[in-house]
Design a protein around this ligand. Structure first.
Ligand code: APR
Ligand code: PHB
Length: 393
């Protein structure tokens, strides 16, 4: 039985951020990841970092590539049935911006730093089990290369995403879950073509939502709203480019550079929260505890804010023995989670053609978009939520 202080389940953004934060404080951690490093790095996910996440990477000394390759965005564009207008983040929020930097790049930076700083990550583990989570001495067992191993620890951090084992280790009677299924998906693609615009463009169109994003000045990331069970094979390159141009509208369509699509994926849109984010000595963070539709680009940023709160609580616990931070973790994290859930749900309803929308709902959507277009107050609300609310608010 190996003795450590914190066992972290999952080496995605939440587990990696937390591992680095604790390891730097001299806390004995081990990160257990069921997939290979290459598999995790290969996952194409969102790519917008709030300033708080950028600041976290800077505080960890892990922002070298981000500072050189990240694209700072001072605003975004909305396309309403083809008419474009701009939301000025910097002007409306007193200077806040976001940074576009692909999660694959971020994950690579965090893995490279783990190797350089000696943060223990065990890849390709199997059969992870959490035991005695209601005691002060929980344990984690797992299999690696055919051998079962055991970790005795003080705390387990469940950073293993929506499909992980951590949330399932909490008795159902001790959990309350909240969920909204949108019955639509996003078909996302990557192509090595220059982005249609230097900013992101969120498109509301009668035939469905579209989003123009990017990974670099030479690599574009585009999304089309689709059926929740859409088959990527039904979208050859030409069909995708034609539909994207239709939804972007004529002003932007003329600027789209087409090219070979080398990555396609469909993700379902879902809102989900489990409360509390703690049971005994098990603490949930990131997608293990909550899911947002990608419209607001909040998933990665919520993982970062969860673990900043959790790391502060754990350092306090190990340095003083006081459990006050641990006792306050769930409520503090959830206060921010629910605000991001609300924004992501609202922004999704504002820009998508959802199956449950009747004619009245579409009129409400059009009226709200028209109001946003004409109101600085409404644009300020959108901007301050998009760039990220302060950690303590
Ligand atoms: N044992 C060990 N690792 C596991 C297990 C398990 N039983 N189950 C899942 N994992 C790993 C997954 O392979 C994944 O690498 O946990 C990790 C969870 O990472 P994410 O799903 O990325 O979740 P999180 O770290 O909370 O990041 C949330 O990043 O991936 C995006 O869409 C996500 O934007 C969101 C943000
Ligand atoms: C992305 O670039 O992948 C991206 C950007 C903004 C979003 C979602 C995804 O809201």
């Amino acid at each position: 039985m190996t003795r450590i202080q914190v066992a972290i389940i999952g080496a995605g953004p939440a587990g990696l951020f937390l591992g680095h934060l604790l390891h730097r404080q001299g806390i004995a951690v081990t990160v257990l990841e069921r997939r290979s490093r290459a598999h995790v790095e290969g996952r194409v996910r969102a790519g917008v970092l709030e300033q708080g996440t950028v600041d976290l990477l800077h505080a960890l000394g892990l922002d070298q590539r981000l500072r050189h390759e990240g694209l700072v965005h001072e605003g975004t564009k909305l396309s309403i049935d083809g008419e474009i207008f701009h939301i000025d983040f910097r002007g409306l929020t007193g200077g806040a911006t976001v940074t576009v930097y692909g999660q694959q790049e971020l994950t690579r930076d965090l893995y490279d730093a783990a190797a350089a700083h000696g943060l223990p990550i065990v890849f390709e583990v199997e059969d992870v089990h959490l035991d005695d989570i209601e005691s002060a001495h929980p344990t984690v067992s797992y299999r690696k290369d055919g051998t079962t191993r055991h970790l005795a620890c003080d705390v387990i951090a469940g950073c293993d995403g929506f499909q992980g084992v951590s949330r399932k280790a909490i008795p159902a009677v001790a959990q309350k879950t909240f969920e909204r299924a949108y019955d639509v998906g996003w078909l996302g693609i990557l192509a090595d073509v220059p982005p249609v615009d230097p900013e992101l463009i969120y498109c509301r169109h009668a035939d469905g939502f579209a989003l123009a994003s990017m990974r670099s000045p030479t690599r574009s990331r585009y999304y089309l709203q689709c059926a929740v069970d859409e088959c990527v094979d039904a979208w050859p390159d030409d069909r995708f480019w034609d539909e994207l141009c239709r939804r972007l509208g004529p002003q932007m369509a003329d600027r789209v550079t087409r090219g070979p699509i080398f990555e396609r994926s469909v993700v379902p849109l879902r809102s989900f929260v489990t409360e509390p984010m703690r049971h005994g000595r098990l603490f949930l963070a990131g997608d293990a505890a909550h899911i947002v539709p990608p419209t607001g680009a909040k998933g990665l940023n919520l993982a970062a804010s969860d673990v900043m709160i959790l790391a502060r609580a754990l350092v306090h616990f190990f340095k003083t023995g006081s459990e006050s931070g641990l006792d306050g973790y769930s409520a503090q994290a959830l206060a921010r989670v629910w605000k991001a859930e609300r924004f992501s749900w609202w922004f999704t309803g504002l820009t998508h053609r959802l199956p449950n929308m009747d004619a009245f709902a579409r009129k409400m959507q059009s009226a709200e978009l028209s109001y946003i277009r004409s109101s600085r107050a409404a644009q300020t609300t959108l901007a301050e939520n998009y760039v990220g609310l302060p950690l303590d608010r």
